[in-house]
Design a protein. Structure first.
Length: 266
């Protein structure tokens, strides 16, 4: 099982370990594309702070984030699973997993990123600020920049098992599974169900959507779940206590769509 995760906007501080070693990152086929983004991002942020703030879409209060990008090559690093924080990663709580579940997380979790393309949670990276929605002056829109390199490496990364796609829409632009891989891909939406004047109303609540996805991945890791495809994933999630509504694709070679329905937001 390969689980595709979004990153988080907020990130922990860079570590005290060794600086970035690009050759150590997973998916080495992305090396050239990564180097291109790092080079332009460092140059932009070092040369013109105001332009960098505009390009990165940062408020005045987040101006200090630009300095992170200037130091990408020189500051210490820590595992990506520690760099990414926020609601999903708080709920996933990688640090508290048992040893076996942590090992499974290292093999199965892949975090998409505007800067790195995608990294595994054990890859050592510095803190940074660069979302997939950014359009760099030289490289252009990052979603488009990553499309061809990701198309080359992702089929191999996906292997022959289930692909559980929990990415937000901005990050699906970098890679959309096709053909046989798409047929064993399941994307998940979390819906909040509540009764209003005797009528059920369903809505997507961003915070709880992320928290539920984090808990779901955690539960799958702890259970050593190994669904081979979307249909088995539905059964597995139901066994773990989730209310799941599944929509099989109308044609072969298309991803499945799963709705996880919750009644309490916490």
């Amino acid at each position: 099982m390969l689980v595709l995760l979004p990153p988080s906007e907020g990130k922990a501080a860079s570590g005290r370990g060794t600086p970035l070693k690009p050759e150590s990152l997973s998916l080495p086929g992305l090396a050239a594309a990564r180097a291109a983004v790092v080079d332009e991002l460092v140059e932009l942020c070092a040369a013109d702070e105001e332009k960098a703030r505009e390009v990165l879409g940062l408020s005045e209060g987040l101006r200090g984030e630009i300095a992170k990008n200037v130091e990408l090559r020189t500051v210490g690093t820590r595992p990506a699973g520690e760099i990414y924080t926020g609601v999903l990663y708080d709920a996933l709580d990688l640090a508290s997993l048992d040893t076996a579940a942590k090992r499974r997380a290292g093999k199965s979790l892949l975090v998409f990123s505007g800067l790195w393309g995608a990294v595994r949670v054990g890859d050592r990276i510095p803190s940074y600020r660069c979302s997939m929605g950014v359009k760099l002056p030289g490289l252009g829109a990052l979603g488009a920049h990553w499309r061809d390199p990701m198309a080359e490496v992702m089929p191999e990364a996906a292997g022959d098992g289930l692909v559980l796609d929990l990415r937000s829409s901005a990050y699906t632009a970098a890679w959309r599974p096709k053909g046989e891989v798409a047929g064993r891909t399941a994307s998940v939406r979390v819906l909040h169900s509540q009764m209003v004047n005797g009528v059920e109303k369903r809505s997507v609540v961003s915070h709880f959507n992320k928290a539920t996805k984090g808990r779901m991945v955690r539960d799958l890791l702890l259970a050593d779940a190994r669904p081979k495809g979307p249909a088995e994933l539905v059964e597995t999630l139901r066994e773990l206590g989730y209310v799941v509504e599944a929509e099989a694709p109308a044609r072969a070679g298309r991803p499945w769509s799963l709705d996880v329905v919750v009644t309490e937001i916490h």
